[in-house]
Write a protein of this length. Sequence first.
Lengths: 449, 449
Amino acid sequence: MPESYEVLIVGGGFGGLYCARQFCHLPAEAGRRLRVTLVDKRNFHLFQPLLYQVATGALSPANIAAPLRSILSRCRKVRTLLGEVTELRLREFNGHRGSVLLADGEELAWDALVLSPGVTHQYFGHPEWEALAPGLKTVEDATAMRHRILYAFEAAEREQDPARVRQWLNFVIVGAGPTGVELAGAIAEIAHDTLRHDFRHINPEDARIILIEGQDRVLPTYPAPLSAKAAQTLRRLGVELQCSSMVTAVEEGQVRAAQGDQEVLIPTHNVLWAAGVQASPLGQTLKAASGCTLDRAGRVLVEPDCSVPGFPSVYVIGDLANYSHQIFKGQTEAKPLPGVAQVAMQMGKYVAGRIVATAAGGESPDAQMPFRYLHLGSMATIGRGAAICDMGPVRLWGLLGWLVWLFIHLLYIVQFENRLLVLLQWAWNYLTRGRSARLITGEAEAQEL
Amino acid sequence: MPESYEVLIVGGGFGGLYCARQFCHLPAEAGRRLRVTLVDKRNFHLFQPLLYQVATGALSPANIAAPLRSILSRCRKVRTLLGEVTELRLREFNGHRGSVLLADGEELAWDALVLSPGVTHQYFGHPEWEALAPGLKTVEDATAMRHRILYAFEAAEREQDPARVRQWLNFVIVGAGPTGVELAGAIAEIAHDTLRHDFRHINPEDARIILIEGQDRVLPTYPAPLSAKAAQTLRRLGVELQCSSMVTAVEEGQVRAAQGDQEVLIPTHNVLWAAGVQASPLGQTLKAASGCTLDRAGRVLVEPDCSVPGFPSVYVIGDLANYSHQIFKGQTEAKPLPGVAQVAMQMGKYVAGRIVATAAGGESPDAQMPFRYLHLGSMATIGRGAAICDMGPVRLWGLLGWLVWLFIHLLYIVQFENRLLVLLQWAWNYLTRGRSARLITGEAEAQEL
């Protein structure tokens, strides 16, 4: 048995980061043998719940991202590496239990492996839609989406033909989960408030914002009364809701959607994707190495302690994990935990505790407890001064919901400086209805001007 | 003669924007016939003097950029268009004096044309160096350079071979004008302060920052005593100065420089270009259309009123103009005005005045005055609490210089909100020695991890 006990965490999102931070303040005895490495292909932790605010020009990427090194700077036990994991080896390596291979060929040993790589979008079997309907998972996605949204108004201003102006001023958002609702509300505010005085030829208020949802209401995972409140607020903001409606084709300049027997054709250049997610390809890699089972979305079915069946020291947490061992009040069977930040954070902390206990040799009673998700609530913002919060018995909406949403989000933004800057920017945006980060940057796909 | 008098301004930098703003508050009588259009291929005005702070992770792009539409939102007389000018037509069009063609084929008429397209870098006849030695003119340049700088430390942390670690930790900045000096100072601070605790394998303080300058001192356009102060501060920050030294080759993994007879070989992956500038290709387009003369850097030799010889209603302002009609105290002959923001701003305002007078029909005495540049001073910052200011008889350096630098720069940042955010970010960075915008984003060229 080698002197050190190597913990390797893959991914610096909510799951990986909160797991890594648990190792910072261990008592000397418990932590002596432990060596922790956090590997991510990006150098920063991204606060994804606010990514839509970058996409809509309210915040800058740096406001919601913090360098992983800087977050873990004082935590001498954890080392951070920039690198992409390409292969998982579950057999012994250099006296340790396994290893991973990075893209540049380096091999890193581990005694405990924590996989927390997150998700990407999926297009219901139509990968060709991606080029026309960008999703929102990375900083680059957000600046590309910002480019799309702002460019559409510029292009409309230049266009003479009314039919083509329409195409530029119609915005179709696919999927009315929290991201879709937040995007629709923000774009409505851009069109009706932020840009109101900025154009000479078009009137930005002519923009149509259409939110398409397959199920029969917006925010289908929320209680029905909150969905109704959200729908009401969206309508007030000028968003058109098309529920029970499925997108059947995304084409150059138009979208087709089926509503029952009826086909709707919407002329538009602006399709924003907020519908499906697909687990990281690392799930496939793990399946090949361990023989584990993946669900339809590509997530790994994990044991009650978040480990991979047959590999007690390999853990999968966050959005890549399908954890179906917990039956909530009012449910008759266990459903997979949702892909939200709270689940990932709690899994990260739990798994860190298990690893510490295992490394210490004894199986403490704590370490035998299965993971239990404590649902603190879920919330989605709709627009200026309007959000809904579902916190079990307590349901909030409107301004009060928004204030709670604001407080909670500020609380979880990782660095104090970012917290301050975001608060200031929000206050400013709220007072002026402005959005200063309205930059069209980067190379555009299919840019015509 | 058509009813309206069309003014077309190409470029929304300091020259074009300050020109456009002059038309916002005209007396009704003077402005009645005037219609002003500002065309830029970007949708924002960029405060270029602070671009190096984006490149070094101290600020976000949106902090130093403001949407042109939003700046000119209340100015009903000016319309803003996103578009790229590809052709200049100096003959009559639709009853107006001329027109320009945009990339998408649209033709815009003008009675007065103001060209203010700015500059790009040049590599002394070695365009192949560009891929290895990025320059700093656009927002994308800045995020790419930030990527380079931060990635170098990450790559060094991953590298085992000491010689290759060296290559990643050597930073070569070519050109010791204001941009080069500012970059060198900022990178020294990143290595010695910001990242000090962030790495486990390398010590960021081992980074060598080498500033190469062809002339015999840094900031060669400044008075010699200020150059000496700057050199002293740079050395204190740990920057190595190689003056009277010419870069002879930029190759993969190394740079060659000639110092007299001696050739110096510096192993490095990080070459940042802050040396030559080249006028916008629009200069060539104008030459083809008007037969005007270009200088070696591609700038247009303009008349004392900034117009193009033979075309009294076509003006060239800002960095594209070679204005050599003004002899300063202590000089015996007229030298071209420097390519700084102040010159562009003053030219923009002057030209707007001329256009208003011409459109009014009468040649007012004011309008016959040639352009006169009022030199308010020049300044460059070197690091935390250190800058030099040359304001004619008054020369400042150190903390006092820095405070003046800070004040002036905040003053000229276009929007109040940005001013506030930049001030807050600076205060934070100053107190914590931090740089929160340390994101490695976008696709990397030749990324290995």
